[in-house]
Design a protein. Structure first.
Length: 388
């Protein structure tokens, strides 16, 4: 019979790790107003306290910042300034605002580095505003956020409500339809156009990261209106491409690609990739911003269907913003996490989570490929095992 002492030793919980104790102590300090008051005045910690106070205020004011950007986009302010700096009295009538309102918007935009106040009382493009000139995809996303913001007007209500009951879910009808393959052309028009613009944000990054010229046939699953497949065909002159998407979306792709210079190498197939077999024979498949739209079981089912469609030794590229991306964690978990929740399904995943799903689906040799903008385009490459 074991002694009481040994029995206690077996049952006693292990001591918490030193980091756990330290973080608990830090939490108590940060929550203590007296400590914060002291840290804001103590020279060695003052700069940290001020930086954190600024970061907290930026979180509080973030919605206002985004609405300043939205106003600039709606008024096409950046396109106006792209032709050269302008004084207030010329800018105000061109954006249909009185001088007082125009000055308030311009000063706010200047504080956010969207525009710049320059000598002589003129306003020019700022470094962030300049990056938006001619970028239709970003402009469309900014305007699209009106729908998301309407859902976020009551964030607790959004989180407590039944998923799929939001305004954003109504924009993405396939996310709540029991039969997405039956959606009409009118039902898919808005989201199909937005998805096409979204693909334009990531197309060149994916094409730069992998040599498409090594392949003979591409299957772009959930390929929308065919923008990415078309660009791939332009990059790789011997590549034949098949775009697979919902029937109503596929018809839009056929119409768009009918006049393409690579139209002879393009095929468009309509179907539901959860209900219909994918076209076979491709040695390369792409999933651009598709996997994160679905829960784990559905994502795994999709990956298995893609693996079955590829030839032995074939390659799959999965491109989407990923959680836990260094320098972009807020974009992955905060922005896309809440966006997909409002959409009604899906979630952002880390590279490690996607790797696990790919391996469970039967892929091997999974590796991450570097992209120019990992904030918006994480990229994984995986292989179908060769026949032994």
């Amino acid at each position: 019979m074991r002694s009481t002492r040994s029995s206690f030793a077996m049952q006693a919980p292990s001591a918490p790790h030193w980091s756990t104790r330290w973080l608990a102590l830090r939490d108590r300090w940060l929550a203590d107003p007296r400590f914060r008051h002291w840290a804001a005045r103590f020279p060695p910690t003052r700069w940290i306290a001020r930086r954190r106070a600024t970061a907290v205020f930026d979180l509080v004011a973030g919605f206002v910042y985004s609405q300043v950007l939205s106003a600039c986009v709606q008024l096409r302010l950046f396109e106006l300034l792209a032709h050269g700096p302008l004084p207030l009295h010329e800018l105000a009538p061109r954006v249909a605002l009185d001088d007082s309102a125009a000055r308030r918007l311009l000063d706010a935009a200047a504080a956010l580095r969207l525009v710049e106040r320059r000598a002589g009382g003129v306003y020019g493009l700022g470094p962030l505003g300049g990056a938006l000139v001619g970028n239709e995809a970003i402009a469309a996303m900014v305007e699209h956020h009106r729908t998301l913001y309407s859902d976020l007007a009551d964030p607790v209500g959004l989180l407590r409500a039944r998923r799929g009951a939001s305004a954003l879910a109504r924009l993405w009808p396939y996310a709540r339809s029991p039969a997405p393959g039956d959606l009409s052309a009118q039902q898919v028009a808005d989201y199909s156009a937005l998805m096409s613009l979204s693909h334009s944000l990531v197309a060149d990054e994916v094409l730069d990261a992998h040599d498409f010229g090594r392949h003979r046939r591409l299957l772009d699953v959930g390929g929308g209106e065919g923008l990415f497949a078309e660009r791939a065909a332009l990059r790789a002159p011997r590549l034949h491409c098949t775009v697979f998407d919902l029937p109503a979306v596929a018809q839009r792709a056929r119409t768009r690609l009918a006049c393409s210079v690579v139209g002879a190498r393009m095929e468009v197939v309509g179907g539901d990739f959860f209900a219909d077999p994918l076209p076979g024979g491709a040695d390369l498949a792409t999933l651009l911003r598709v996997v994160h739209d679905h829960e784990d079981d559905a994502a795994l089912d999709l990956l298995r269907r893609v693996r079955t469609a590829l030839v032995p030794g074939g390659t799959l590229l999965v491109a989407e913003p990923m959680a836990d991306t260094a320098g972009a964690r807020a974009m992955g978990d905060a922005y896309f996490g809440i966006y997909l929740y409002a959409m009604g399904q899906g979630r952002p995943r880390s590279r490690h989570e996607l790797t696990r799903l790919l391996r469970e689906a039967g892929f091997e040799r999974v590796r991450a490929l570097a992209t120019a903008q990992p904030l918006q385009t994480g990229l994984l490459r995986a292989r179908v095992p060769c026949l032994s």
